[in-house]
Write a protein that binds this ligand. Structure first.
Ligand SMILES: NC(=O)c1ccc[n+]([C@@H]2O[C@H](COP(=O)([O-])OP(=O)(O)OC[C@H]3O[C@@H](n4cnc5c(N)ncnc54)[C@H](OP(=O)(O)O)[C@@H]3O)[C@@H](O)[C@H]2O)c1
Length: 353
C-alpha cells in the first residue's frame, strides 16, 4: 500500500483564495502498483465475460511517482476545478516503481497529477499524466517546472514564435519578474530589442536591471502613463501582457501602428467576481491596426521539443538567467499559491516537497 498526502479543493474560490478553501488529506493509492498482476487478472476476466477486447497497455503503462517539487501557477486560480478532488497542478519527481518500459525506477520525470506527494500515473488512458523531462543539463530538477517547463515554453512560443520580434523593436512586458515575464524580457534582449519591464517591488526591479532590461518600473510607485512617456518615445511594437485590466487600458495608447499584443494572462483580474467595466480597448486596436494574439501554451505542447535545445544553450551561455522562489514543505502548498497574488515570488514559484 502506498500512502499519498493530497491537497483537495474543499470549496470553490470566492475572490482571493484562502486556507479554508483547501483540505489536506491522506490517500491510500489502491490498488498500488505492486498489485498489477492482480488487476490484470480481474481485467481479463471482466473482458472475457463482457466481450471487450483486452487492452494490456493500460495496465502495463503505470508508474508510481514521488513528487520532489510541485508547481504553483496563476492558472490554478482560474481553471475549472472539482470540489472534493485534488487541486490541479504538476510537478517533477522520481519513479519509485514502474510497470512501463519507457520509465525506469529511479528516473526523474514530469508528472501532472495535482497537489499530491505520490501518484500512480500512466502515459496513456489516465486522468493523470507522466512525461519525460526536458534536457536539463546541470540545471536543478525544478527548472523542469520553470524556465525549461511550462512558463519558459510560454515565453518562447508566445514571444519568439508568435510575436516574431525584430532587431530594434521596443517590447513591453508586465509581470516582468515572474516565471514567464523574466524569460520574455531576456529573450527580447537576445533578439536585439529594447525592453521595458514592470514589476511590483524594488528588489524585483533591481534584478531585472541586472538582467539587462533597458527600462524598469515599479508599477506600485510609477503609473504606466508616466513610465511609458519616459521610456517609449518611439512607441511600443510588442506588448506581452501578463497582467491585463487597467494596465492594458493604460498601455494600449502607446502601441505603434501594426503593433502586436500577446494576451498571455490577466492576473490583475483573476479574483474578480464580475467583469470589470473599463474603457473599450477596441478603438485602440482599430486605430493602431494592432494584431492581438490569444495564446495558450498547451496548444503547442507537441512543439516544446523545438525550443529545449536553444533555451538550454542560452542558459548555459549565460544569456538567459533564471531564479526560483522555493517554499519548503508540502504542507505549505496553499501559502505558496497565495503568494503569487501578492507578488511574493521572484521568478518561478515552486514547492519543495
Ligand atoms: N497563456 C498561457 O499559456 C500562460 C502560461 C503561463 C502563464 N500564463 C499567465 O502569465 C502570467 C504570469 O504567470 P507566471 O506563471 O509567470 O506567474 P508569476 O509572474 O511568476 O507570478 C505572478 C506574479 O504576478 C504579479 N501580480 C500578482 N497580482 C498582480 C496584480 N494585481 N497586478 C499586477 N501584477 C500582479 C506578481 O508580481 P508583482 O510583484 O510584479 O506584482 C506575482 O509575483 C499570469 O497571468 C498567468 O496566468 C499564461
Amino acid at each position: 500500500m502506498v500512502k499519498s498526502k493530497v491537497w483537495t479543493l474543499k470549496q470553490q474560490f470566492d475572490g482571493q483564495p484562502k486556507s479554508s478553501d483547501f483540505e489536506l488529506v491522506d490517500e491510500d493509492l489502491i490498488p498500488s502498483i505492486g498489485s498489477l498482476e492482480w488487476k490484470l487478472l480481474v481485467y481479463f476476466q471482466y473482458c472475457s465475460e463482457s466481450g471487450y477486447e483486452y487492452n494490456t497497455q493500460f495496465y502495463f503503462s503505470e508508474v508510481l511517482v514521488e513528487a520532489e517539487y510541485l508547481s504553483v501557477d496563476p492558472y490554478m486560480r482560474v481553471y475549472k476545478k472539482e470540489t472534493g478532488k485534488p487541486m490541479i497542478g504538476s510537478g517533477v519527481g522520481k519513479v519509485l516503481k514502474s510497470a512501463n518500459t519507457s520509465y525506469k525506477e529511479g528516473q526523474k520525470v514530469f508528472v501532472n497529477a495535482g497537489w499530491r506527494t505520490h501518484a500512480i500515473v500512466s502515459d496513456k488512458h489516465s486522468p493523470y499524466e507522466v512525461r519525460h523531462l526536458p534536457p536539463l543539463g546541470d540545471l536543478p530538477l525544478s527548472a523542469g517546472l520553470g524556465v525549461m517547463g511550462m512558463p519558459g515554453m510560454t515565453a518562447y512560443f508566445g514571444f519568439i514564435d508568435t510575436c516574431k520580434p525584430k532587431i530594434g523593436e521596443t517590447v513591453l512586458v508586465n509581470g516582468a519578474a515572474g516565471a514567464v515575464g523574466s524569460v520574455v524580457g531576456q529573450l527580447a534582449k537576445i533578439k536585439g530589442c529594447t525592453v521595458i519591464g514592470f514589476a511590483g517591488s524594488k528588489e524585483k526591479c533591481d534584478w531585472l536591471t541586472s538582467l539587462g532590461f533597458d527600462h524598469v518600473f515599479n508599477y506600485k510607485e510609477t503609473d504606466v502613463k508616466t513610465a511609458l512617456n519616459k521610456s517609449a518615445p518611439k512607441g511600443v511594437d510588442i506588448y506581452f501582457d501578463n497582467v491585463g485590466g487597467q494596465f492594458t487600458v493604460d498601455a494600449l495608447p502607446y502601441m505603434n501602428t501594426f503593433g502586436r499584443v500577446l494576451v498571455c494572462g490577466a492576473i490583475s483580474t483573476y479574483h474578480d467576481g464580475s467583469p470589470m467595466l473599463m474603457p473599450n480597448p477596441f478603438m485602440f486596436i482599430l486605430q493602431k491596426k494592432l494584431t492581438v494574439y490569444g495564446f495558450i501554451v498547451t496548444d503547442v505542447l507537441n512543439r516544446w521539443n523545438e525550443a529545449f535545445p536553444e533555451m538550454l544553450l542560452w542558459i548555459q551561455q549565460g544569456k538567459l538567467k533564471f531564479r526560483e522562489t522555493v517554499t519548503e514543505g508540502f504542507d505549505k502548498m496553499p501559502e505558496a499559491f497565495f503568494s503569487l497574488f501578492s507578488g511574493g515570488n521572484i521568478g518561478k514559484a515552486v514547492v519543495k516537497v
